[in-house]
Write a protein that binds this ligand. Structure first.
Ligand SMILES: *[C@@H]1O[C@H](CO)[C@@H](O)[C@H](O)[C@H]1NC(C)=O
Ligand SMILES: [Cu+2]
Length: 183
């Protein structure tokens, strides 16, 4: 084989390895194992404050569509549980919402009374993508006093599946395969 090809392949592999690290997007399941519900009194504010949510991550709302939906609203409407003119609405029962820019985003359930019961969540999205393979930023994270929370029994990382764990082995495998084919 030519050394040119070899160099190219190595270059490509290292590029993909960097890509694998930088393209890490975490899926944050709202409410963790409880999901998006009123059946269990989930403290969604506490849930949100326990997460580090970055641009590029996404939220996953899972719920029974007979009883719930997801409406993105403004801060004012969030405060007053006003569902009359949402910014965006979702009703698939497994809504994946990509978070494309930093800022604070407000979601509530539009079914009568549910927001008042606490089915509302305020999400702060931090600039910069999460880098699971580089540092502790999106690891298990800071766990704000687990004491006194009746429903905090779920292990912290269970709900947040980090794509980078898939990405890096897949990228490296593809790179290795291509390397074998090309050289
Ligand atoms: C809800 O929001 C709409 C649109 O902003 C507004 O017209 C309405 O008065 C609000 N309702 C309440 C009860 O605040
Ligand atoms: Cu609801």
């Amino acid at each position: 084989m030519s050394s040119g090809k070899m160099a190219w392949a190595l270059q490509w592999i290292s590029t993909m390895a960097v890509f694998a690290v930088s393209v890490s997007a975490t899926v944050h399941k709202v409410g963790d194992s409880a999901g998006w519900t009123t059946l269990i009194p989930v403290d969604y504010a506490k849930w949100a404050s326990s997460k580090q949510i970055h641009v590029g991550d996404s939220l996953l709302f899972e719920y029974n569509t007979k009883f719930h939906n997801v409406l993105q609203v403004t801060q004012e409407q969030f405060k007053s549980c006003n569902a009359s003119s949402p910014v965006a609405s979702y009703n698939s029962g497994a809504d994946s919402i990509p978070l494309k820019r930093p800022g604070t985003f407000y979601y509530l359930c539009g079914f009568p009374g549910h927001c008042q019961l606490g089915q509302k969540v305020e999400v702060k999205v931090i600039a910069g993508s999460s880098s699971a393979l580089l540092g502790p930023a999106s690891g298990p994270g800071p766990s704000p006093s687990p004491m006194g929370t009746p429903f905090a029994s779920a292990p912290p990382p269970s709900a947040a599946s980090t794509l980078s764990y898939f990405f890096s082995p897949i990228c490296l495998l593809v790179a290795a395969l291509l390397y074998c084919v090309c050289v």
